[in-house]
Design a protein around this ligand. Sequence first.
Ligand code: ATP
Length: 455
Amino acid sequence: MKYSLEEVVNHLKTQGFVFPGSEIYGGLANAWDFGPLGIEIIRKLKNLWWKFFVTKSKYNVGLDSAILMNNNVWKASGHLGNFSDPLLDCKKCQTRMRADKLIEEKYPNINCGGWDNKQLTDFINNEQIACPHCGAHDFTDIRQFQLMFQTNQGVLQDEKSIVYLRPETAQGIFVNFKNIQRSLRKKLPFGVGQIGKSFRNEITPGNFIFRTREFEQMELEFFYDPADQTDWFSYWVQQVKIFLTTIGLKSENYVLREHDPKELAHYAKRTIDIEYKFSFGQGELWGIADRGDFDLKSHSDYSHQNLSYLNPETNEKIIPHVIEPSVGVGRLLLALLADSYEVEKIGENDSRVVLKLSPLLTPYQIAVIPLSKQLNEQAYQLYETLLNDFDCTYDETGNIGKRYRRQDAIGTPYCITYDFDSLTDNAVTIRDRDTMEQIRLAISELPAYLKEHLK
Ligand code: ATP
């Protein structure tokens, strides 16, 4: 990411991609709303993910499970016991922060995943790490902070009515494993994909939409027989990389990082994170975890339901193992926008902002532009016709140069200009976003040309 986060965020706010949440009331910390252009990219991104990991996959099916679940789900999954972060406060300025992040931000080469509170405290004291806000080295003891949002279900607000907002979509898949396997008569290996909101009461949300408390995840839980010799973990790492290439994320801007055994989450046997090189530092974009049989075993134990799978060939009962590729929609969107944002010098004293997003993801595929006000009617008719087959916008305000810049800035791959010659030759000019080259084409040939070039 060449440009500062601030510059990219400013652009996204002014162009209508993302707005601060509840802005007219002064906002709500780290809550963001996706505007008309942002939501178009998100819809396309989710559709592409769904197509790749669910509809077009030989193995997988989809699910949409509820956000609120029986509390025993969170006991079995370990979230009620283990899902917490090490929290400390600066005694001088009262800033609250994650102890591990305090260290990692000062020493980017250190990864404290898996350190216990004593190790974290000793390191902070030995290195005399100061509060990043006021510079004091005067912290409270570290305590564990529960990350699940708690609310009450029903009219009574007592211990028994407590429910939690799910912190991941995965558990909805595990508790439905038997339902899906039986009703669809699925044989191993098979996977279940889900897209949905998750909630985590993060101690230090931030970096725009990188870490928020309400976010959306796209998760796949892939179930397989542990006796299967196929290396499914590598297979899904590879599939994720192929997907990232399909959506146009530059491979030089991310790295694969294997977790050290000590930093593995309580459920994981192995994890590889795809980390994107954001301008504020390298951060997890997509986690691929080998969850072994942890989830189905644990849910079998807690629910007293048999979640094993009967192998029809061997007649053997096994607990399937699970590979999980999991990614946040907002994080992936941020990586894509950062990856494609460019300020290009054009000519001596001129520059343009251009969003070089894949045409598969841009809010609009085409902008129809009348050269003069006198041509508005004809151009609008062309816009209405193209709207049947393409995601189009129509822009008649400002001089032609400004309109091209505006479309470059929101990533529209093609601008179609209707001019006075169009009235007689039934042709238009097509301008390419990236090369800025223009060609003349008969209106009758437009749909075929655009379909070919927008693939
Ligand atoms: P981190 O270390 O950044 O807190 P994590 O390891 O807790 O992430 P997972 O539980 O593996 O994250 O979640 C899977 C994916 O969900 C992450 O790779 C990320 O893309 C996304 N994600 C997790 N937490 C958040 C959040 N608070 N805001 C936005 N996206 C998130």
